[in-house]
Design a protein. Structure first.
Length: 300
């Protein structure tokens, strides 16, 4: 994925394979005056990557979070996502998600239960469906920018400690009934963003030299007792710490040390069905950063 700043705002390019995609405007920093998101074809892809418009619309533009467009790629090509302020000196901070649509594949046997005697259908996933293959964590690292890692991979860490200023998590295939939320603490908390956020949302800052002083991760939902978080953190001048549970609140010894390394994974608990003891109070979250474009690949 390539990124460049234009006179109209921030622009990212995304390589698409053949298929149908939903481009979803997920969030904006300035909710009162959100930036507009314009979808287009990259150079040489005008005939291959085609936005599908509503009959009453003339341009492939998304004006606020909660809106979406369908894009058809008849051949592999390049999709452009451009974010621009809607007022002078306005925000160009937005989160855009690209989701792959699939109709599945033939030849799969599906056995439906007999509901004539009041049987119920479970919507919970089987244990074999649990996967963190598409789990990834974004860390905004001082001097490096955005860094992406998978489950149980370090951002910073003992081999390359670096000041982390923001985080985001994406996990398109997380199990049904499982919610993952997270929050951060910075030296300058923002009172408008104290509540934890769900996957797909950036917390922290970019370009303000504000390190993270603490992080919180929490699992909730009907499926939460089946899973637990496992995290390792490195805070400046402190030894590496490891913690596990359904809710983790992680800081340095005094709470003033900068976070310079973190890795996170989610594990299944074999045979666990009981909820865990009440966790400590959550950390605070801060305002989002700039534009993010997330890809989720759903294989049929």
């Amino acid at each position: 994925m390539e990124e460049q700043t234009t006179d109209l705002g921030l622009q990212k390019s995304v390589n698409l394979e053949r298929g149908i995609f939903i481009v979803r405007y997920s969030a904006a920093e300035d909710e009162a005056f959100p930036p507009k998101v314009t979808i287009g074809s990259g150079p040489g892809s005008e005939a291959n990557v085609l936005p599908v418009l509503h009959p009453e619309e003339q341009e492939p533009v998304l004006w606020q979070p909660g809106t979406a467009l369908v894009v058809q790629a008849v051949e592999p090509g390049l999709l452009l996502v451009q974010v621009a302020p809607t007022r002078p000196r306005g925000s160009a901070v937005a989160t855009v998600k690209i989701e792959t649509l699939s109709q599945g594949k033939p030849g799969v046997n599906v056995t439906l239960p007999d509901l004539s005697h009041g049987a119920s259908v479970s919507t919970e996933p089987r244990a074999a469906e649990f996967s963190t293959d598409d789990f990834r964590m974004l860390g905004h690292v001082a001097g490096r920018g955005d860094v992406f890692v998978g489950a149980n991979e370090w951002i910073g860490g003992p081999a390359a400690p670096s000041r982390i200023e923001g985080l985001a998590i994406e996990w398109p295939t997380r199990p049904r009934g499982l919610t993952l939320r997270y929050a951060v603490t910075t030296p300058r908390p923002d009172v408008t963003s104290n509540a934890p956020v769900e996957v797909g949302t950036f917390v922290g800052s970019r370009g303000h030299a504000l390190p993270l002083l603490g992080v919180m991760f929490e699992l909730s939902g009907t499926s939460a007792p089946r899973y637990e978080l496992v995290a390792e953190t490195a805070f400046l001048g402190a030894p590496i710490t490891r913690a596990r549970g359904d809710k983790l609140t992680l800081t340095g010894p005094t709470g003033r040390e900068a976070l310079v390394g973190i890795r996170l994974k989610i594990e299944q608990i074999s045979g666990a069905a009981q909820p865990k003891s009440p966790p400590p109070k959550p950390a605070q979250a801060t305002t989002p950063g700039r534009v993010r474009v997330f890809r989720s690949t759903n294989k049929g």
